[in-house]
Ligand binder design. Structure first.
Ligand code: ADP
Length: 539
C-alpha cells in the first residue's frame, strides 16, 4: 500500500521562491570584486535570477547543459546557482586554484559551452583559451564600467546581459533526480573526477544541514561562508541559508584576515564556515589588532582536521563554539559534525576537547560504518580503525562520465579515509588511507601528530609523512613551518611531543621549511612532500 500524499518533486528554484516570499528581512551582503559592499534581499536575487534564466535561454542553453562558473562567493554567483539549475541546466563550479591543465581537462570533460567568470580569473582563461575550443562565449561577472580588455572570444558583460531581459520566468517542473550541479574533486593523482548532484540531493542536503543539531541556522543567523562556492558549493550554504531564513555575508575575493574581520565585525556575522588555514589567518589578524568575535556564536571547521589549539582559542579566548565537521565533495559535502549536546555542555575542558577533536556524529541522512580489507564491518569501540564507508541520499553513486567504480561497493561509498567510531557514534579520522604511516606492522596517524605539533607555540604549520625505512618499513618525518621570530629546534619539538604520543610514534627527524605545498582545496600535498624526501631515511 502506498501513502496518499502529493508527489511534489524537490526543486532548487523552490528554495529561492520560498525565501523571496517569507524571508523578507534577511540580507545578502557581498564584499564585491570591484570594491565596496553590495546588499539586497532574497526577492531581488529571485528577480535577477529570472532575468538570468531568460538570458541563458537566449544564449541557447538547454536542459542538461553544463554551464561553468569560475567565481568567488558573491551575489552574482548566487544568482547563477539558481538561474542555471532552476531552468534545468547544470551549474558547474570550477575551482580556479586548480592547475591550468586540470582546468582545461574539466572544461572539456564537462563540455562547457558558456563560462561565467569573475574579473580576477579572466587572465587565467586567456592563458588556456586555445585549449578550450568548445566554449562558445565568456560572460564577465561585472558591469559595463568594469569590463576588461581581453583576448577572450565572444566576451559579454553580465549586467548588460541581464538588463535586456524580463524578470518574468516560469521555472520548469521536472523530475527531482535531474542533474543540478557538477563539482570536480581535486584528486592529488590522476584526473579530477566529476560529482553530479541532483535537485533532490541538493534540497535534502540543505534541509538537513540547517537544523539545530547540524549547522544551527535560523532567521537570526548572519552566516559567512568563507569556504568557496567553487568548492562543494560553499558546503551548501547558498541553499541552506535561504531555507533557514538566514542572512548571507559573501566575502568575494577578500579571504585574508583583515577583509574577513572587516566583514565579520561590520556586518555582525554570527556563524562562520571554513577550513583551518583560513581561521589561522583570521585568528592571527584579530590577535594583531586586539579585535574580538563578540557577535559570532559558532565557527564550522572542516575540510582538514581542526587542530585542538585552534578550537581552544575559539572557545576560551573568543567565546565562539567550534563545530568540527567532516565531509567530502562526493557527499555534497556534509557527513558528520560535533554539535552541542547536554553531555558536551557539562563536560570538563579535557573531555570536551577530546570529543570535539573527533569529526563528530553522522547527521540524519548519512549512514556510516568502518570495514576491514574484505569490507567486513568492524566494531564501533573507538579503538578499532578501518575504511570509512558511507551511504545516503546526498552521497554520490558514481562519477560523471567515468567508469571507475572501485570506491562504490555493495551500496556503500568508500571515502578513502581511515577512521574509528566510538560507542556514542563519534567518528574520528585517523588518516587518508594513502597517508597512514605503516611502521613495524603498526599504524601511525599522520593527522594526530600534525595536530599535536601545531600546538607548539613556535609552529605555524606541520606536515607528517611516512618515509621508507630499512628496518621499520616506514617511519614518520615531521616538516615544520616556524612562526616568524621562532627559533625552536628539533629537540624542542620532540620534547613537546613526548608526553602526547606513544614513544614509537615520535618522528625520527624534524625538518624546518619555509612553506609547505597545498592542493587547490588547501590540503597538504603529501605526494609532493613524500617524493621530495623519499630517501631521507636510507642512509
Ligand atoms: P578535495 O577536493 O580536496 O578532495 P574534499 O573536500 O572532497 O576535497 O576532501 C574530502 C576529504 O577531506 C575527506 O575525505 C577527508 O580526508 C578530508 N577532511 C574533510 N574534513 C575533515 C576533517 N574535519 N578532519 C580531517 N579530514 C577531513
Amino acid at each position: 500500500m502506498f501513502g496518499i500524499m502529493m508527489d511534489k518533486q524537490l526543486n532548487i528554484a523552490d528554495i529561492l521562491e520560498y525565501a523571496a516570499l517569507y524571508n523578507t528581512d534577511a540580507e545578502i551582503v557581498t564584499n564585491t570584486v570591484e570594491g565596496g559592499y553590495h546588499r539586497y534581499g532574497y526577492n531581488d536575487a529571485l528577480l535577477r535570477s529570472k532575468q538570468l534564466a531568460n538570458a541563458l535561454r537566449t544564449l541557447g542553453v538547454e536542459q542538461g547543459d553544463r554551464v561553468a562558473t569560475l567565481a568567488w562567493n558573491t551575489y552574482r554567483h548566487f544568482e547563477l546557482y539558481y538561474a542555471i539549475s532552476g531552468m534545468g541546466a547544470v551549474t558547474h563550479t570550477i575551482n580556479p586554484r586548480l592547475f591550468a591543465e586540470q582546468i582545461i581537462y574539466i572544461i572539456n570533460h564537462a563540455e562547457n559551452e558558456w563560462v561565467f567568470v569573475d574579473l580576477t580569473f579572466v587572465p587565467l582563461l586567456e592563458a588556456v583559451q586555445s585549449q578550450i575550443g568548445g566554449v562558445k562565449g565568456f560572460i564577465v561577472m561585472t558591469d559595463a564600467a568594469h569590463m576588461p580588455e581581453s583576448s577572450l572570444p565572444n566576451l559579454m558583460c553580465y549586467e548588460d546581459l541581464l538588463s535586456e531581459q524580463s524578470s518574468e520566468f516560469e521555472w520548469p517542473q521536472f523530475d527531482e533526480n535531474l542533474a543540478a550541479g557538477l563539482c570536480y574533486t581535486s584528486g592529488t593523482t590522476g584526473n579530477p573526477k566529476g560529482v553530479m548532484y541532483s535537485h533532490r540531493s541538493t534540497v535534502l542536503h540543505a534541509m538537513s544541514s540547517c537544523r539545530a543539531s547540524a549547522l544551527n541556522l535560523g532567521p537570526m543567523s548572519r552566516v559567512l561562508p568563507v569556504v568557496p562556492m567553487f568548492h562543494v558549493c560553499a558546503w551548501g550554504i547558498p541553499y541552506a541559508a535561504p531555507i533557514a531564513g538566514s542572512s548571507i555575508l559573501f566575502p568575494g575575493a577578500g579571504m585574508d584576515g583583515a577583509s574577513l574581520y572587516g566583514l565579520i565585525d561590520g556586518e555582525k556575522a554570527t556563524a562562520l564556515l571554513g577550513v583551518p588555514t583560513v581561521w589561522l589567518g583570521l585568528l592571527n589578524y584579530i590577535e594583531s589588532v586586539k579585535g574580538n568575535l563578540d557577535t559570532v556564536e559558532s565557527v564550522v571547521i572542516g575540510g582538514s582536521a581542526a587542530p585542538r589549539s585552534m578550537m581552544e582559542k575559539f572557545t576560551e579566548v573568543y567565546d565562539v563554539f567550534p563545530i568540527h565537521a567532516w565531509g567530502m565533495t562526493e557527499m555534497s559535502p556534509m557527513g558528520s559534525l560535533c554539535a552541542m549536546t547536554p553531555y558536551l555542555k557539562k563536560a570538563d575542558k579535557e573531555s570536551r576537547m577530546r570529543i570535539q577533536s573527533k569529526q563528530g556524529r553522522a547527521v540524519f541522512g548519512v549512514e556510516m560504518r568502518i570495514v576491514d580489507d574484505n569490507d567486513e564491518p568492524l566494531p564501533h569501540d573507538g579503538k578499532t580503525f578501518g575504511k570509512l564507508m558511507v551511504k545516503g541520499p546526498w552521497v554520490a553513486s558514481g562519477y560523471y562520465k567515468n567508469d571507475d567504480r572501485s570506491a562504490f561497493r555493495g551500496g556503500w561509498f568508500d571515502t578513502g579515509d581511515v577512521s574509528t567510531i566510538d560507542s556514542m557514534g563519534y567518528m574520528q579520522i585517523v588518516d587518508r588511507s594513502k597517508d597512514v604511516i605503516k611502521s613495524g606492522g603498526e599504524w601511525i596517524s599522520s593527522i594526530e601528530l600534525e595536530n599535536f605539533a601545531v600546538g607548539h607555540e613556535g609552529v605555524v604549520e606541520a606536515c607528517v609523512v611516512g618515509i621508507a625505512h630499512p628496518k621499520w618499513d616506514e617511519r614518520p618525518l615531521l616538516l615544520i613551518v616556524r612562526k616568524e621570530g621562532s627559533s625552536c629546534t628539533k629537540e624542542d619539538i620532540i620534547a613537546y611531543l613526548t608526553d602526547k604520543v606513544a614513544k614509537w610514534w615520535l618522528p625520527d627527524d624534524v625538518v624546518f621549511v619555509e612553506s609547505l605545498p597545498h592542493t587547490a582545496t588547501g590540503k597538504l600535498l603529501k605526494t609532493e612532500v613524500r617524493a621530495k624526501y623519499e630517501n631521507h631515511y636510507q642512509t
